[in-house]
Design a protein around this ligand. Structure first.
Ligand code: HEM
Length: 54
């Protein structure tokens, strides 16, 4: 699931409470602290994982 755009979108949706399924409330606290630049850097990092499917 380490697709870059997907990760950025999920982090934004947690921060803005657009994603509320399952245990999303746990991620909201985390995502609240992230800036747009933080999200881009995290997504860049996660998308370089050599074990990722994509
Ligand atoms: C920088 C640190 C973190 C990043 C980048 C991150 C990123 C993500 C992303 C992208 C997802 C969505 C996964 C998907 O849609 O397949 C997710 C889900 C989740 N994260 Fe994090 N996470 C972080 C830290 C944390 C922490 C500290 C907690 C717990 C306190 C946490 C709890 C969760 C939970 C419970 C879900 C699933 C939510 C659901 O039920 O749908 N995450 N995380």
């Amino acid at each position: 699931m380490q697709n870059r755009e997907y990760t950025i979108n999920q982090l934004k949706d947690f921060k803005t409470a657009k994603r509320t399924n399952g245990m999303a409330a746990l991620m909201m606290g985390m995502a609240m602290t992230l800036t747009e630049e933080d999200m881009q850097k995290l997504a860049d990092y996660l998308s370089t994982n050599p074990g990722a499917n994509q």
